[in-house]
Ligand binder design. Structure first.
Ligand SMILES: Nc1ncnc2c1ncn2[C@@H]1O[C@H](COP(=O)(O)OP(=O)(O)OP(=O)(O)O)[C@@H](O)[C@H]1O
Length: 347
């Protein structure tokens, strides 16, 4: 009986081991595909050809900001089933150092216009001139070096908080004093101070460990393992502040001449959003800055130029006062927001 019991125990253990091996083998094709995808991704060529003119071009008179001249551009997303172009025959002029705010209803083309201006996409027709030259003539890496783009699509990397912010300014990624200044400007300093390991905290660690030990009897190891793999708990708004800190870090570089900000504050409270916009404006120092926003008021009142989009075209343009006076699309959208406050007060 004892032999039988021993044989049964061993064969159970063997069966268990084979089961584990077959489970791991099942995962193998998926893991190989994932690794292959990474290499495929690295090999994807940028579909936008780079030009050969360096930016800024030698002897350029534009010292701090970029000037933009847009003539009759249109754009349709490849494979889009939409019945109209995302951008249709848009023309506009932005002088170096201007503060521009793009507003308009959902789907009116605000983000698409911004993506064309920063050369993430190329228009299907029309011309974009940057500092007097067609944008496609410039070296695309130089252009990226001269631009800072903040949007809610931006993510945190599996790096420490300090590194996540530091990568904004590649010449000084380890400058902790600058990193702390950037965090303060983005209102992220108080978030970081809450972490046990402060600026060294890794918010979203890459999954590198495999728990191949039994949890029972290994509680101490399990607890360490869980700590290593655990993401830090931050709210959506706190995450947006951390991402914004990277942009402020970028703005410490004198190379940045064009800043675009696309609705980066959806999860921020009103005070947080006000502070973020105010501090971004203060960091302008002669740079050209374009905001896309659904909020009217504290930004649009300061804008040199408001562009109001509708159905892929520019419905109106002007300053806050001019557009209110015109009583068109901008005034309509502005009054909808203003009425929400006044009608609530009356109720
Ligand atoms: N990646 C995409 N592929 C296909 N169509 C897209 C894509 N992105 C946007 N569109 C379409 O292009 C049009 C303009 O979209 P865009 O995102 O520029 O508008 P928006 O004014 O920024 O909207 P929102 O205020 O909702 O952010 C919309 O009809 C949208 O559905």
């Amino acid at each position: 009986m004892a032999r039988l019991a021993a044989m049964q125990t061993s064969s159970n253990a063997l069966r268990g081991a084979f089961f584990m091996v077959s489970m791991e083998l099942n995962r193998l094709p998926n893991e190989v595909t994932r690794i292959k995808n990474i290499y495929t991704f690295i090999d994807i060529k940028n579909q936008l050809a780079s030009g050969s003119t360096p930016y800024p071009s030698p002897g350029s008179k534009f010292d701090r900001g970029m000037s933009l001249e847009v003539r009759n551009i249109s754009f349709t997303y490849k494979g889009s089933k939409a019945s109209r172009d995302a951008i249709k025959d848009v023309s506009l002029s932005i002088r170096a150092g201007q503060l521009v705010v793009i507003v308009g209803a959902n789907g009116s083309g605000k983000s698409t216009l911004l993506r064309l201006l920063v050369r993430l996409y190329a228009p299907v027709s029309g011309v974009i001139e940057l500092d007097g030259r067609p944008i496609e003539e410039y070296n695309i890496d130089d252009l990226r070096q001269a631009m800072a783009h903040l949007s809610q699509d931006h993510k945190l990397f599996p790096l420490s908080v300090a590194e996540n912010i530091g990568v904004g300014y590649l010449e000084r990624p380890d400058d902790l004093a600058l990193i702390k200044d950037a965090a303060r400007l983005a209102g992220a300093d108080r978030v970081i101070e809450k972490f046990e390991t402060g600026y060294e905290t890794v918010l979203e660690p890459a999954s590198t460990a495999q728990m191949s030990f039994s949890a029972s009897g290994n509680e101490a190891l399990t607890s360490e393992f869980n700590k290593l793999e655990k993401s830090a708990d931050v709210s959506g708004g706190e995450r947006q502040r951390l991402v914004a800190a990277r942009t402020f870090m970028r703005l410490f570089s004198d190379d940045i001449k064009f800043v675009t900000v696309d609705e980066p504050s959806s999860a921020l409270d009103p005070q947080g959003e006000y502070d973020l916009f105010q501090r971004l404006r203060n960091a302008r120092h002669g740079r050209t800055m374009i905001f896309v926003t659904h909020r009217f008021g504290h930004l649009t009142k300061h804008a040199d130029l408001i562009i109001c989009m509708k159905d892929g075209t520019i419905a109106e343009r002007g300053t806050h006062e001019e557009l209110l006076k015109a009583e068109g699309e901008y005034a309509r959208l502005y009054n909808v927001q203003a009425a929400a406050f006044t009608s609530d007060n009356k109720e």
